[in-house]
Design a protein around this ligand. Structure first.
Ligand SMILES: [Zn+2]
Length: 197
């Protein structure tokens, strides 16, 4: 596996690294082609004593835990402008900063290697949601829900008996109307309606 750069806090530009203004944050934050993010040098104005320059620094990225066991952890970053913090997935802010033409289009930024902590630009690709899902299935990262559902339906179709929820008897499937859980006999006798007891 390639080295991950997001924990490298060295301010120097690394070999092969290219910096660009973060999309929507020109002059405030920059992202790099290796997936690093930095705040730019900024003049902090204190009218009473003249103010000072705050040095540029590489920002600390945090792990966004996956919500489900099908998801994967990702890296996040917070941008603070005039005390308002906005949080982003690093993969998104890196990709859209280098490819602003894709911003707002329907789709997702995908990690080509499926290592979701590798936010190098070469590992990021803009794809439709469906395409990303298909690739996940091919790489066995997700279970195909449609397949699981088909198995469940197939199993239901293979049932030979159902238990009537009115008389409680186990009867062959032919004694039920399609999608009914009470038998034809009970249905004709209207036993399924508790009000008719
Ligand atoms: Zn019945």
């Amino acid at each position: 596996m390639k080295e991950l750069f997001y924990k490298n806090y060295l301010l120097d530009t690394l070999p092969g690294e290219q910096w660009i203004d973060a999309y929507g944050y020109d002059g405030l934050y920059e992202v790099s082609s290796l997936g690093r993010v930095k705040s730019c040098e900024k003049f902090i104005d204190h009218s009473y004593n003249g103010g000072y320059y705050r040095k540029a620094k590489i920002l600390h990225q945090y792990i966004i835990k996956a919500h489900t066991n099908l998801g994967q952890n990702r890296l996040g970053i917070g941008f603070c402008v005039q005390r308002v913090v906005r949080k982003f997935q690093v993969s998104n802010i890196v990709y859209y900063s280098f490819h602003p033409e894709d911003y707002g289009k329907e789709g997702v930024v995908m990690h080509i290697s499926k290592n979701t902590l590798d936010d190098r630009l070469v590992n990021l690709k803009f794809v439709s949601q469906g395409e990303s899902f298909k690739i996940d299935i091919l790489l066995n990262k997700r279970k195909d829900f449609r397949t699981l559902q088909n198995i469940r339906i197939a199993k239901l179709k293979l049932r030979t008996h159902k238990v009537c929820n009115a008389c409680g008897k186990k009867k062959v499937i032919d004694e039920f109307y399609h999608n009914w859980m009470c038998c034809k006999q009970c249905k004709s006798e209207r036993k399924y309606k508790s009000s008719n007891k």
